[in-house]
Design a protein around this ligand. Structure first.
Ligand SMILES: Cc1cc2nc3c(=O)[nH]c(=O)nc-3n(C[C@H](O)[C@H](O)[C@H](O)COP(=O)(O)O)c2cc1C
Length: 269
């Protein structure tokens, strides 16, 4: 439900103009209004709340007191350094992260955009090395089983490149990371492919800006599909599936320069 504080409203129309689903329209008195039959189309994106210059709008129980003012953004050079210096970290210190750091990372996830503002992602965060060890051990055993039974050859024909490591008990999936975040999406979400990756891309950049190493694990996304015991351990709600996996922890490797990747082909029209 959207509530307008009529005494505060300047009748500027900014909220009406910015409402993507046209739930807000200009009433006869010049103030925004919501027709009851349109209310269900509201995405709860909170644009009306954010764009109102005087904080006259409450959106689904969230008022201006619950929002932060606009803060400074990183300068372009800093942001570019973050993008260029983000590396996939595959050597981690075997230390757990402190709760405040973890909380800052986890709380930031709420701001991830989701298609149609579906906003129903579920995140499983493994923060203890003991729990991570559970995933690691089971994963190695399960992969060894899949190789021995020949199933691996069918589901992942390129597995042989990692066979020696897997059979030797090496953790090629979780890279000995002390922590991991798994983004799970409702199977019926409008943008179920994109949402989890976008969410963890944001997490990735914030983590790296805080000196925390990260590494995507596309392998783990596949492995969760095949290994029910590990999937169930995540505590996903019913009707969800694993979308993306990011490993993280304090890095045990230091890079001394940025990389110089080949530019992509780009067609500027
Ligand atoms: C979708 C995706 C899946 C990935 N899966 C894995 C993985 O399973 N294991 C791994 O070690 N790295 C994985 N990576 C990391 C890439 O190998 C890495 O981004 C690439 O080699 C470039 O290195 P950089 O990230 O340090 O720039 C993945 C990256 C992406 C974007």
């Amino acid at each position: 439900m959207i509530r307008i504080n009529e005494a505060k409203c300047l009748k500027c129309g900014a909220c009406v103009k910015d409402c993507v689903v046209k739930v807000l329209t200009k009433g006869e008195d010049g103030r925004p209004r919501v027709r009851p039959e349109d209310e269900r189309f509201c995405l709860n994106c909170q644009h009306c709340l954010a764009v109102c210059p005087v904080g006259a709008i409450e959106c689904h129980g969230v008022g201006v007191e619950q929002t932060a003012p606009i803060g400074p953004l990183p300068p372009r050079e800093t942001m570019l350094n973050l993008i260029r210096q983000r590396r996939s970290i595959r050597q981690f210190k075997q230390e757990e992260l402190d709760d405040a750091t973890l909380q800052a990372l986890v709380e930031s996830l709420a701001w991830t955009p989701t298609g149609c503002n579906d906003h129903k992602l579920f995140f499983a965060v493994v923060k203890s090395r003991k729990e991570m060890e559970f995933f690691r051990q089971k994963m190695v055993k399960s992969l060894q089983f899949l190789i021995k039974t020949g199933i691996m050859r069918l589901i992942y024909p390129n597995f042989w490149r990692y066979m020696d490591e897997i059979m030797g008990g090496e953790d090629v999936i979780f890279r000995n990371a002390p922590c991991m975040v798994v983004a799970c999406t409702p199977k019926k979400a409008p943008c179920q492919e994109a949402d989890p990756w976008i969410a963890l891309s944001y997490f990735d950049l914030l983590a790296q800006s805080m000196g925390i190493g990260t590494c995507w694990s596309g392998f783990a996304v596949h492995a969760f599909k095949w290994i029910g015991e590990l999937r169930h351990r995540l505590g996903m709600p019913k009707g969800y599936r694993v979308g993306a996996v990011l490993l993280f922890g304090k890095p045990a490797v230091e890079y001394h320069r940025q990389t110089a990747p080949k530019q992509f082909d780009v067609n500027i029209l």
